[in-house]
Design a protein around this ligand. Structure first.
Ligand SMILES: Cc1cc2nc3c(=O)[nH]c(=O)nc-3n(C[C@H](O)[C@H](O)[C@H](O)COP(=O)(O)O)c2cc1C
Length: 232
């Protein structure tokens, strides 16, 4: 099993990253990949839409984004990690996501994404994680992932080491519940009704009005206009 942690706090040993690493450690024998967005210094999306119109290779930041995409495709479990910054995900995580519209369901989804599981870990000072979890979950659903687990913690502490004992126990308990579910479902792909429905709508749209030549070709070559499905 391969796990990818996508860190997006500038604090490598902050609350969110430490919780995510503790979760990954519970998967004995798994190999661990990481993307440290704070170290990557990925520029903002240039808005050229080359990725959608041509390919991710044509992105001006492809030297970084191709490696990131490959890590996502390799992982069986992705753990996306973010602190809440002004009620939403961190800017680093948003910048990362902005580089991947081409693998959205409506464009050229990657077959490998449909069998993955995702854990979202977010921490905040107060009880405000709900929106952030919802927005990230919505985005990764559009990447084709059905099994998504949300962990949001109001840590009320500036550092991991100063989180109160009772809170740490709660964090561990909730994390363990999710870990159990992930282990139960590993290598058991599931495709949600929402994803199937979205795919069906995009199939009709792409057939009549392909968003780009690259999209049209991709859907044709994969036989998705007929009986083919990216999750088969
Ligand atoms: C720029 C900035 C904005 C923040 N905005 C919020 C917020 O809107 N609500 C909240 O409860 N905490 C907010 N926080 C606190 C962090 O979400 C919290 O400390 C989090 O646990 C930090 O995660 P980290 O240790 O992984 O970096 C903010 C922190 C920073 C630095």
């Amino acid at each position: 099993m391969t796990i990818l942690i996508i860190h997006s706090s500038p604090r490598s040993n902050g609350c969110s990253s430490t919780i995510a690493r503790n979760i990954a450690k519970k998967f004995e024998g798994a190999s661990l990949l990481e993307i440290n967005l704070h170290k990557e210094n990925l520029p903002y999306c240039a808005g050229c839409l080359n990725c959608v119109k041509k390919s991710i290779e044509a992105c001006p930041h492809s030297k970084q984004t191709l490696l990131m995409r490959d890590k996502m495709l390799k992982a069986d479990l992705i753990i996306v990690v973010t602190p809440v910054y002004i009620l939403h995900m961190s800017g680093q995580l948003k910048t990362f996501i902005d580089h991947f519209p081409s693998i959205f369901l409506m464009h050229r989804p990657e077959k490998a994404m449909f069998s993955k599981q995702l854990i979202i870990v977010t921490t905040a000072a107060g009880p405000v994680c709900k929106e952030t979890l919802k927005e990230i979950s919505g985005i990764f659903t559009q990447f084709g992932i059905s099994r998504i687990y949300k962990l949001g913690f109001a840590v009320a502490s500036p550092t991991y080491n100063s989180i109160k004992k009772e809170k740490l126990l709660k964090i561990e308990k909730q994390s363990n519940k999710v870990i159990k579910k992930v282990k139960r479902n590993i290598f058991k792909p599931k495709v949600s009704l929402k994803i199937r429905f979205n795919f069906f709508i995009y199939k009709m749209v792409q057939k009549k009005f392909p968003a780009s030549e690259a999209d049209g070709k991709h859907w044709q070559q994969n036989n998705w206009f007929k009986t083919g499905r990216p999750w088969k």
